[in-house]
Design a protein around this ligand. Structure first.
Ligand code: DQA
Length: 146
């Protein structure tokens, strides 16, 4: 089981960026926790972060050659990137969308995700645990498919 965990724009600043909203864990700390959850579940996890839409799309395309599933926090691209939406729909891998904050309880523009309609499910509002739920759920989904 090979899983790609993608972090979108500004998530490289986790820990420093609005910690009251996104928590105090850094991206490296979150990635380390997700690596150990994946390992426990018998999965290989690769992580990728970019602030560029094109690089995120390239990573999604490349995942089609090696990954069994994608977990993505698209950051603000969740709210308007039809290009990332189309990339996820194109590769036909099961995908899970995660958000640290509860996007439904925030500003109006964050309450809609254009990504959600092409993913298996979405976890929002649990801080770094949103990622943990995403990784555990993806492992379960991939095991069910065996
Ligand atoms: C976010 C929510 C987005 O609205 C925001 O632009 C982010 C982070 C989250 O994880 O809660 O960058 O995706």
């Amino acid at each position: 089981m090979k899983i790609l965990l993608i972090h979108g724009p500004n998530l490289n600043l986790l820990g420093k960026r609005s910690p009251e909203i996104y928590g105090t864990s850094s991206l490296d700390e979150i990635n380390a926790r997700m690596h150990s959850i994946a390992k426990e579940g018998g999965a290989e996890l690769r992580t990728f972060q970019s602030n560029s839409e094109g690089a995120l799309i390239d990573a999604i395309h490349e995942a089609a050659d090696w990954a069994d599933g994608i977990i993505i926090n698209p950051g603000a691209y969740a709210h308007y990137s039809y290009a990332i939406r189309d990339a996820l729909a194109s590769v036909q891998l099961p995908a899970i969308e995660v958000h640290l904050s509860n996007i439904y309880a925030r500003e109006e523009f964050r309450r809609q995700s254009v990504i959600s309609s092409v993913v298996v499910g979405c976890v929002s509002g649990l801080g770094w645990r949103s990622y943990a739920c995403g990784v555990q759920a993806m492992i379960g989904i991939l095991q069910d498919r065996k």
